[in-house]
Design a protein around this ligand. Structure first.
Ligand code: BJW
Ligand code: ZN
Length: 250
């Protein structure tokens, strides 16, 4: 691994020369905005069991409990704002014709920062879906009355989120896979890289010849396939890396 200064230079250079860039983000990019991650010392799974709250079986068993948890998270996220890493990613999109953001996050902070070309692989906490007619609607009520019901058919609403054991939206996953397989540089920010199929996008990009840059506060399994790994806070490292000169160097 090169020293920090030349690694930054190398990353910027690769980004400046890349025709197509794909960014993959996870909960770590929103951690500096105050949104809890899932794993790790302060992660949600420290105090809550995923099996009790983030599976279709849990919702079937006790929808009100699951909704109470989502209300708590909606209340928390509603007070949070994008941080410099979200803004840097949005700025990169504006400067590039061939750009795609694949996020596992459900908090909507990328859109709040201005990102538009994105796939939300795991859904969005500000959308609800009817369990009967399957209509998806935006819903920003905080708290949402429990149990929430569909205005169209009266059915029970659920969060429009991909829980464990559920398949991802085929269009979003397809778009994410194509963006991974066709990019020249992939930038991975703040994901533990253990939840599939999202975790397979980095090796997919690498196998297709992409240069892979990882930014994370801690080492992850994805470090093994990254060409450059930066250990640090997303809000500090990402703006530095993405602040490159667009003119390609000789
Ligand atoms: C910072 C930082 C700072 C912190 N700066 N960095 C193949 C093999 C094995 C298992 C499977 C497989 N295929 C499917 C599975 C099963 C399962 C799975 O992957 N399980 C693994 C846990 C092993 N996958 C699924 O069930 C998926 N469905 C599917 O594949 O369907 C077909 C199928 C089903 C069953 C079997 C086989 C096939 C669906 C996955 C849905 C994930 N949903 C959640 C939603 C939770 C509820 C909610 O949000 O309301 O999505 S789980 C949770 O994890 C959430 C996240 O998007 C996702 C990823 O987490 P992420 O973003 O990486 O966060 P963390 O917390 O893990 O990591 C944060 C990182 O940030 C850390 O590295 C920190 O160091 C770092 N960090 N501060 C920079 N300031
Ligand atoms: Zn309905």
């Amino acid at each position: 691994m090169p020293d920090q200064h030349s690694a930054i230079q190398q990353a910027r250079d690769r980004l400046a020369r890349a025709g197509a860039i794909t960014v993959l983000t996870g909960a770590g990019i929103s951690a500096d905005s105050g949104v809890p991650t899932f794993r790790g010392a302060d992660g949600l799974w420290r105090n809550f069991r995923a099996e009790d709250l983030a599976t279709p079986e849990a919702f079937q068993r006790d929808p009100n409990l699951v909704w109470a948890w989502y209300n708590w998270r909606r209340e928390l996220i509603a007070t949070k704002r994008p941080n410099p890493a979200h803004y840097a990613v949005a700025e990169l999109e504006r400067r590039r014709d061939c750009f795609w953001l694949v996020t596992q996050n459900v908090d909507g902070l990328h859109q709040a920062a201005g990102s538009r070309k994105l796939s939300e692989l795991h859904g969005n906490i500000w959308k609800v879906r009817c369990t009967v007619c399957e209509k998806v609607t935006e819903n920003r009520e905080v708290p949402i009355p429990i149990p929430p019901t569909c205005l169209a058919c009266g059915g029970l609403l659920r969060p429009h989120i991909v829980w464990f054991g559920e398949t991802l939206n085929a269009t979003d996953l397809d778009h994410g896979m194509k963006a991974a397989a066709s990019c020249e540089v992939m930038v991975i920010i703040g994901t533990s890289g253990i939840v599939y199929p999202a975790a397979s996008l980095a090796p997919l990009a690498r196998a297709a010849g992409a240069f892979v840059i990882e930014i994370n506060r801690e080492p992850t399994p994805l470090g093994g396939i990254a060409d450059l790994s930066f250990q640090g806070r997303a809000s500090e490292v990402v703006p530095v890396l993405l602040d490159f000169d667009d003119r390609p160097s000789e």
